[in-house]
Design a protein around this ligand. Structure first.
Ligand SMILES: *Cc1c(COP(=O)(O)O)cnc(C)c1O
Length: 858
């Protein structure tokens, strides 16, 4: 008989073990080995059986065992030490507090919104890179002491779990998680009742949600859950699955995450008596409706009009885009958005956001196709500060979205970049953490210094550690492969061979990631004979571990997985290549620890950043990758290998060329280095690369570096801007909104009427002075409302300027031809040089002159 519903009953802890409660409730244990060891010693067998999940462990452990531990002096001493360490972690001043002491005007709070959070495998609320990144962001924010609150949804089934059919086809299942069995507590009002967040949905209904809190070190993560009795069946299902369902399902999720998310933050800060966040960070556009909700708040509580409120909201909003392809962007039919935001009879007054009109809301997400509402455009219009997730992706994003800033060069599009990072205590093996602690002192692990000092570790110690980690991976591969074959219908008796799959001394290459086409899971199979030769080479073999999930609706991806599985099933190679189903954090960790080489072969530039290779690097893994995402900026010639990319060649030939380059690198460079040993059996030249990777890449790939970049370059200016526009009853917001109106109304009349140059000798040399005089028509604007710039640069055959230098020009008067602006420029370069003049809006509260997307050129 199948249970209708499940729930979890928690054990009552003996008094003396009460400290276990807070240790389990705070996910900080998931990156703290001493706490993990303490949990393991409660019952080592149960700890492993339940996948190292302390909530389940405590649910299942025998009361007699707990009573015994309550008398066990050694256990109690460790318990007290670990509990004290957690208290210390939560209370001591961190980097952020030091900055505050030095007088930095940091935000008093930051709300970080994401549709998925991968904090730990015991809270399976993520699908892949985006979620893991969000989890790492919270952990690093906690380590650095940022006053950050995470906001997202709690999915009853998370993402799917993957297994394989006998013939290698992906099958999906959706276990149902019960919040009581997860490391969560309910957000409650002072009377103990659950805080309920409501958002209006069509049909006069309210979509209600309770709010679960996952405590991630110092950082609370608020997760909205619609599975409560006050909702009808349809609304209860809103938070059923991550990335499942149709557009209608998805927009409800995004409305709940964005609008409900802001309301959850308000409830949390009210109940806990802490300041409201000054900065709102959208991790991808999914939660973009949060900006509309904040506009509503301001319109209804302060009397600002829509544009003034929008100006105020923009100042404190940061938007991060993660998608380098238009097809990857979240878009809705405009009628669907209208349906959810309009009044009950389609009125323009929004029922969901009273006080706002639907037209204004829809305009925030408009794009060239008028039938579509674009969540990335929404993010770009709501965030005064925007960024991509690697330098290359920043550049790609500037090109992709340049249509929103017509008249500006791609390089001027105001989208910056912060390269992603990974949380070292989560992803580096404890062996490396122990080295770093020993060298730099504990408590500094997340700091770059610990990684830099790893260069002082003895070569043979580095090699021993690599061997230990590879051996652990081999054991894990065998365990998971056996389980997979049993699921595929094999019997134990047939599986003796699994015990000899993989060899702890063979060069191990890992390839694990989601399976969209651009990641090219099967590139390695392009020439199966050549791959087979590599795997089976007698003296210098390779072994290959592959993993990844395909989106349930993507049969193309599943066919790629099947292709790999079928190859790996072949008897002659099955001991050297495996496909492991159900890639998640618990598996990923072993791969990052144990693989010698991390392979990544996306179609450049479709990988926005990629983070798995960073996790491998933190463990001394060497990257073998196309120069895409993070690797494009961090490959230095000695920390791994760059697979040459045939960017621009058509796809089939490109795959052939890039696969050939990959085999070639393995045969000529990777393998010889790995198998070239000194008399003690140590691969000296390999270890030099490992050492260099740990020392040089280690500090750059840290999530603490990333979060500091956000704090300094984005959160702090955003908080500053938010304060400035809000001061004095939003005087700044009103002034900037009024200015924008005025400029937009006047702009059609603004133009550069005439430009004259003077002062150049007949044969000018570099550095010679050029005087430009421009006559400009400003319509109803005053000269102080604008900035006039001379632009000088190299000019190509098409007369297009490049390497342009902008020089501000001074207003010197007016005559019959218009306002006069002049400027002196020293010629910055030799060769074919050209110039032009442009007029830009100018206001102290603009973050960039391109912000409004308007400019006047001759
Ligand atoms: C790091 C990680 C990812 C993301 O890796 P990419 O390199 O961005 O593809 C996906 N899934 C898991 C489990 C991870 O740990």
């Amino acid at each position: 008989m199948k249970a209708l519903r499940r729930f979890t009953v928690r054990t009552h802890l003996p008094e003396r073990l009460a400290a276990l409660g807070p240790l389990i409730a705070n996910l900080r244990w998931s990156w703290d080995p001493p706490t993990q060891d303490l949990f393991a010693s409660v019952d080592p067998e149960l700890w492993e059986r339940f996948g190292q999940d302390p909530v389940r462990l405590l649910g299942e452990v025998r009361p007699a065992r707990l009573d015994a531990l309550a008398e066990d002096g050694e256990f109690l001493a460790r318990l007290d030490a670990v509990a004290a360490d957690l208290d210390y972690y939560l209370s001591r001043p961190r980097w952020y507090q030091q900055q505050e002491e030095r007088g930095a005007a940091l935000p008093t709070g930051i709300a970080y919104f994401s549709m998925e959070f991968g904090v730990s495998e015991v809270l399976p609320n993520y699908s892949g890179g985006l979620g893991i990144l969000a989890g790492d962001h919270l952990k690093a924010a906690s380590d650095l002491g940022l006053p950050l609150i995470g906001v997202g949804l709690l999915y009853r089934s998370g993402y799917f779990r993957q297994s394989l059919s006998a013939d290698g086809w992906q099958t999906e299942h959706y276990p149902s998680y019960d919040p009581q069995g997860l490391p969560l507590k309910l957000l409650t009002e002072s009377d103990g009742t659950a805080a309920i967040i409501g958002v209006e949905v069509p049909g006069g209904r309210t979509l209600d949600a309770r709010v679960w809190i996952a405590q991630v070190g110092r950082v609370p993560l608020l997760l909205l859950d619609s599975d409560i009795v006050s909702n009808d069946e349809e609304l209860r299902g809103v938070t059923d699955r991550l990335y499942g369902g149709d557009q209608d399902h998805r927009i409800k999720q995004e409305i709940l995450a964005g609008i409900g998310g802001v309301r959850a933050v308000r409830a949390y800060t009210r109940i806990h008596g802490i300041p409201d966040p000054e900065v709102f960070h959208m991790n991808e556009g999914h939660a973009g409706f949060l900006g509309a909700e904040r506009i509503r708040e301001l319109v209804t509580t302060t009397g600002l009009d829509f544009d003034e409120a929008l100006t105020a909201v923009r100042a404190g909003t940061v938007f991060t885009t993660h998608t380098p392809v238009p097809a990857g962007i979240d878009r809705f039919p405009i009628e669907l958005v209208r349906h959810y935001f309009s009044g009950p009879n389609g009125e323009n007054d929004s029922a969901l956001l009273p006080g706002l009109t639907v037209d204004r809301i829809l305009a925030l997400g408009r794009e060239t196709d008028p039938t579509v509402f674009n969540m990335a455009h929404l993010g770009l219009r709501l965030g005064q500060r925007c960024n991509g997730v690697s330098q290359l992706h920043g550049k790609v994003s500037r090109g992709m979205f340049e249509g929103l800033w017509p008249g500006f060069d791609t390089a001027e599009v105001p989208i910056g970049s912060v390269t992603n990072g990974v949380h070292a205590p989560t992803w580096a093996a404890r062996e490396w953490i122990a080295f770093a602690n020993r060298l730099a002192g504990p408590d500094r692990v997340e700091e770059a210094r610990g990684w830099e000092l790893l260069q002082t570790v003895d070569g043979s110690d580095l090699w021993d550690t690599r061997n230990t980690l590879r051996a652990q991976l081999v054991a894990e591969v065998r365990r998971r492969l056996r389980r997979s074959w049993l699921e595929r219908g094999a019997t134990e008796a047939e599986l003796g061979w699994v015990d000899t799959v993989f060899d702890p001394d063979v060069l191990t290459v890992g390839f694990a990631r989601r399976v969209p086409t651009y990641k090219r899971l099967t590139l390695m199979l392009r020439d199966p004979h050549r791959l087979r030769r590599l795997l089976l080479d007698h003296d210098r073999p390779v072994q290959l571990v592959v993993a990844g999930k395909s989106h349930p609706a993507d049969d193309g991806g599943k066919a790629l997985i099947q292709q790999v599985v079928r190859f790996a099933d072949e008897h002659d190679v099955r001991h050297r290549i495996v496909f492991l189903p159900d890639y998640d954090m618990s598996m990923a960790r072993y791969l990052y620890w144990g693989c010698d080489v991390w392979l990544n072969n996306p179609l450049r530039p479709l990988e926005a950043c990629g983070t798995s290779g960073m996790k491998s690097a933190l463990n001394g893994g060497l990257n073998l990758s196309i120069r895409d995402g993070w690797w494009d900026e961090m490959f230095d010639g000695e920390n791994g290998w760059a697979i040459p990319t045939a960017d621009g060649v058509d796809d089939t030939r490109r795959d052939d060329l890039e696969a050939a380059a990959l085999y070639e690198l393995l045969e000529r460079s990777v393998l010889p280095r790995f198998y070239d040993r000194d008399s003690a059996g140590v691969p000296i030249r390999w270890i030099e690369m490992v050492r260099h990777t740990l020392e040089k890449l280690g500090p750059q790939v840290l999530a603490s570096r990333m979060v500091r970049d956000y704090a300094v370059d984005y959160y702090t200016p955003a908080a500053q801007a938010a304060r400035t526009v809000a001061d004095d009853d939003y005087a700044g917001a009103k002034a900037l909104a009024e200015y924008r109106h005025r400029v937009e109304a006047a702009w059609p009349a603004v133009r550069v009427a005439q430009v004259d140059s003077d002062g150049l000798p007949e044969f000018p040399e570099i550095g010679a002075q050029l005087t430009l005089t421009a006559h400009v028509h400003l319509g109803d604007l005053a000269p102080s409302d604008v900035q006039v710039q001379a632009l000088i640069g190299r000019v190509g055959q098409d007369e297009i300027l490049s390497a342009t230098v902008a020089v501000p020009m001074q207003h010197t008067g007016a005559d019959a031809l218009g306002e006069v602006f002049t400027g002196d420029i020293a010629l910055p370069l030799a060769g074919a040089v050209g110039y032009t003049v442009r007029v830009l809006p100018q206001h102290d509260l603009m973050a960039s002159p391109a912000e409004f997307g308007i400019v006047a050129l001759p």
